[in-house]
Design a protein around this ligand. Structure first.
Ligand SMILES: NC(=O)c1ccc[n+]([C@@H]2O[C@H](COP(=O)([O-])OP(=O)(O)OC[C@H]3O[C@@H](n4cnc5c(N)ncnc54)[C@H](OP(=O)(O)O)[C@@H]3O)[C@@H](O)[C@H]2O)c1
Length: 277
């Protein structure tokens, strides 16, 4: 489907570059204006001046009288206030704002841009930097269905996209998919550590643990219609080795589920504390 948006990308660091790469590969853009004092990353110079153009500050961008269909905010949360204040004169009343900043509520952007401004808050996770992320989005009532569709397409450039209606769920989302990659990396470490204790060399244990998590993830991706429990049962023979391990991991009181419940609840509470919601 043709998708000719004029996009203003504010902040072209790790996440900004990942999205930019995805947009250019998928040709979703008509024009991409980039605002970032750090300059245009060298790998994108060949795309300039068309469709990508870079501006050091808002004044330089405003001088071009840009036509902007959507503003994507990809700066660090701590400089968001300054970035929004500078942008306000450029943002048309109905130009949707798509923010990927962690912990920045829709209300924060409504304060900067006005209560009736269309705002979409998205929470991507770190695998987005290689196009394998998952983003969860929530919009205020001023965002049109077409603008939601546009936001979906923009975020699909870095992975899978889900929408929720209740912004308060963003704390749980943060605790699951936002922080989740770290839990999986810990699983690799723990698996490797256990392998070492079982007699394997450190290097072999780490290679096996890493490749096992990568392979299991790929298998889950390859069989999207199979429940995780089915995938687990598929590799568990009654009375076999996997069953012996799962008897430990699936204990009622101190198995993996109760530990994960506690971990996600702690992350959710921290997200609530940090965002002040
Ligand atoms: N990294 C992730 O995996 C991830 C995951 C989920 C959400 N996020 C969110 O994504 C946002 C960006 O994170 P990131 O990791 O991409 O950060 P980053 O690599 O530091 O990129 C931010 C970029 O914004 C630039 N910048 C600073 N002030 C600016 C201004 N006033 N106007 C325009 N650009 C400005 C920075 O330039 P300087 O370096 O010169 O300051 C930098 O190039 C954050 O809000 C974060 O919460 C990131």
């Amino acid at each position: 489907m043709p998708f000719d948006l004029n996009i203003l990308l504010v902040g072209c660091g790790k996440m900004g570059q990942a999205m930019l790469q995805g947009w250019l590969e998928r040709k979703v853009e008509n024009r991409i204006y980039i605002l970032d004092p750090a300059g245009l990353p060298p790998e994108f110079v060949d795309y300039a001046p068309n469709p990508v153009s870079w501006y050091e500050n808002v004044a330089a961008l405003a001088a071009q009288e840009p036509k902007i269909d959507v503003i994507v905010m990809a700066v660090k949360p701590q400089i968001m206030a300054d970035a929004c204040a500078a942008l306000k004169p450029l943002a048309g009343a109905n130009t949707p704002l798509l923010s990927i900043a962690a912990g920045q509520s829709i209300a924060v952007f409504e304060t900067y841009f006005g209560a009736g401004h269309p705002v979409i808050r998205a929470m991507p996770n770190t695998p987005s930097s290689i196009g394998q992320g998952v983003s969860v989005c929530v919009a205020n009532p001023h965002v049109t269905p077409e603008q939601k569709e546009q936001a979906t397409r923009l975020l699909e450039a870095v992975g899978h996209v889900e929408w929720i209606k209740d912004e308060t769920l963003m704390d749980a989302v943060t605790a699951l998919s936002g922080s989740g990659p770290a839990y999986v990396f810990l699983l690799i470490e723990a698996l490797a550590g256990a392998g070492e204790k079982a007699g394997l060399s450190r290097d072999l244990a780490m290679t096996l643990a890493r490749r096992t998590v990568i392979g299991a993830g790929a298998l889950a991706a390859h069989m999207p219609d199979s429940a995780a429990s089915t995938l687990r049962e598929n590799v568990t023979s009654p009375g076999g080795t996997t069953a012996a391990a799962l008897d430990v991991l699936m204990r009622d009181q101190n198995g993996l589920q109760s530990l994960m419940d506690e971990a996600v609840a702690a992350a959710k509470q921290r997200s609530i504390d940090l965002s002040g919601t």
